[in-house]
Design a protein around this ligand. Structure first.
Ligand SMILES: [Zn+2]
Length: 588
């Protein structure tokens, strides 16, 4: 037995010391938006298969990154060119590769989103899955990356360790997964610093913006430490925010020890813009636990060649969305009333989203690849968002756990216990069943039927009962409204962009792309909602449309608007225990 283990050790030692993957990134013409990638790989012989991922973890859509690869070539140790055969849309097969193989290819990068790569003369932002290839069956091999920057670029920010502390341009990763989970920002950006939970944090600020560095880093320290409180421990040695300050836009993508955020460069100046930036910080930072480490079993190790299916994005994304608002409130950026408005708007969404009666939120997670990330004109009728409904499920569960445990436990405890058990102790992903069991443990009763009805089914959640546990009441501001309803959305040219399922427009036969020309005997040029408001539920309305060059009149019978508009308020008559639950929920 001892001898056998000794042999095994030798095999492991051999395989890790003999293989290496070294990348060199050359930026000699960044104004053309290309980077040259040089890669050196040790091959034991036979064919060597290189793959470019088809997607970026965290963004569940096949993006076909190999479409931007050009001029792939490979040479053997002697410098002789090797034959290369294409065998998949995203892979290259190098024939008879033995010894040190030198590979070269170019990547065109001109899409400035958090999940893609972008290069111009000002900077390079690189997302690993759209730049680095991996060798089939060798993703565990350690990697190094050396950057040869454009002549006037001075700074590189990436959450990878330098090979040598005196040289910022060469970094290393334990394996391919770690390499591509660390985006690079290279150019002349500013770097701000702060410490949170004892961990050094850097903020790589690309682009001018109207922020106050001192206030910004102090507030980011508050938000990040509030996130860490939920989990009770911090797994990072250091953490990097890459912030792109742009003329417009927003969004973020989480990584293991870093994140990329895109925001409006003028947003820091207004209270609402500043608060939404802090909300974005909370969201992406919360992910360093929830999804980057505490993960559904399908989400790691990743299959970079195919879709990775899970029912659990309502937890990974939806619960993170629940916590981004809650943490923003706990840090005092929202008042109680503003926070309750957010919760009410999420609950209203669950009632008003027409697809919520058809698509369970678990299925919305599973189908993210083909539905959430590829919406069309019928999406509102057929889908529900695993972000918004997932956040509402998180809110209702949090309240029910607080109620069921007499204020002793909360969703915070579930998240922490899940993290401690599956990310830290077992170091593996969790299953749907394991998640339900953990919630049940803290709620003090079996919660399987809750999940069957509201997560894997499409029943409406018991909002009022859940809110009662934290001393709040819910009312519908539209309950007595006689607002008239047609059921379409239009663009600025009065062409229909969507038709609500079962609405008067749906029943009467109005179509997407119909251009509305007249209503009854009147030429129509205005906002249609004004016209509809002049009618009463039950009235008939004739709509003259241009459908593909032909005129036709569609008759519709208007109804009363079916939509709710929830308001949540503190209940005057709440019990003392519910009032206590309310305070501890918002950490006051
Ligand atoms: Zn997210």
């Amino acid at each position: 037995m001892l001898k056998k283990s000794f042999i095994c050790l030798l095999v492991v030692f051999y395989s890790f010391t003999s293989l290496a993957q070294d990348f060199k990134l050359v930026f000699d013409e960044p104004q053309t938006h290309y980077v040259t990638v040089q890669m050196t790989v040790d091959s034991k012989g036979g064919d060597l298969e290189l793959h470019m991922p088809v997607w970026a973890p965290g963004s569940y859509l096949v993006r076909e990154f190999s479409k931007n690869v050009e001029a792939f070539s490979a040479k053997g140790e002697s410098g002789k060119s090797l034959d290369v055969v294409r065998n998949r849309k995203n892979s290259w097969l190098i024939k008879s590769a033995k010894g040190k193989i030198s590979i070269s290819y170019k990547v065109y990068a001109y899409e400035l989103s958090v999940r893609t790569s972008f290069i111009d003369e000002d900077h390079a932002y690189l997302n690993g899955t759209s730049i680095f290839m991996f060798v089939k069956n060798q993703k565990q091999v350690p990697c190094t990356v050396e950057v040869i920057p454009f002549s006037n670029w001075r700074t590189m920010s990436v959450a990878l360790d330098p090979v040598d502390a005196s040289n910022q341009w060469k970094v290393k990763a334990n394996n391919y997964d770690d390499l591509v989970d660390a985006p690079f920002e290279i150019g002349n950006h500013k770097v701000l610093k702060f410490t949170s939970s004892g961990v050094p944090h850097e903020v790589a600020m690309f682009g001018n913006a109207n922020y106050n560095s001192e206030k910004l880093t102090a507030d980011m320290a508050r938000v990040t430490s509030e996130c860490a409180k939920v989990f009770g421990s911090h797994p990072c040695k250091r953490y990097l925010f890459i912030v792109h300050n742009l003329s417009s836009g927003g969004g973020g993508l989480e990584h293991k020890n870093s994140t990329t955020l895109q925001t409006s460069r003028t947003g820091y100046g207004s209270e609402s813009g500043y608060t939404s930036f802090m909300n974005l910080v909370a969201h992406e930072y919360f992910h360093l636990w929830n999804v980057k480490r505490l993960r559904p079993s399908a989400l790691g190790p990743f299959d970079y060649d195919n879709e990775n299916y899970t029912n659990m994005l309502y937890v990974s994304e939806g619960f993170t969305a629940y916590y981004d608002d809650l943490i923003t409130r706990r840090c005092g950026f929202y008042s109680d009333a503003q926070y309750l408005e957010k919760v009410a708007s999420g609950f209203s969404y669950c009632m008003n989203q027409l697809g919520a009666t058809l698509q369970p939120v678990s299925e919305s997670s599973f189908d993210a690849w083909i539905k959430f990330y590829r919406p069309n004109e019928n999406s509102n009728n057929s889908t529900v968002s695993y972000y918004t409904k997932g956040a509402a499920v998180g809110a209702v569960l949090d309240m029910m756990i607080r109620g069921g445990s007499n204020g002793k436990s909360s969703l915070d405890d579930v998240m922490k216990a899940m993290y401690d058990m599956y990310a830290v102790k077992l170091n593996r992903g969790y299953t749907d069943k394991e998640f339900i069991e953990m919630v049940s443990k803290y709620a003090g009763s079996d919660m399987k039927s809750f999940f069957d009805k509201y997560v894997y089914g499409v029943e409406m959640m018991p909002f009022a009962a859940a809110l009662k546990t934290v001393g709040c009441e819910i009312t519908n501001a539209n309950s007595n409204s006689q607002k008239t309803y047609l059921g379409i959305a239009v663009n600025t040219k009065n062409s229909i962009t969507s038709v609500d399922r079962n609405s008067p427009a749906w029943v009467g036969g109005l179509n997407v792309n119909d251009e509305i020309l007249g209503i009854d005997q009147y030429r129509f040029t205005d906002d249609i909602s004004k016209y509809v408001a002049a009618f009463k539920p039950g009235d008939m309305m004739k709509v003259l449309v241009n459908r593909g060059g032909l005129l036709r009149t569609i008759e519709v019978k208007l109804t009363k608007s079916p939509f709710v508009e929830y308001l949540i308020t503190d209940a005057d008559k709440a019990s003392e225990s519910a009032k206590k639950n309310f305070s501890s929920w918002l950490s006051k």
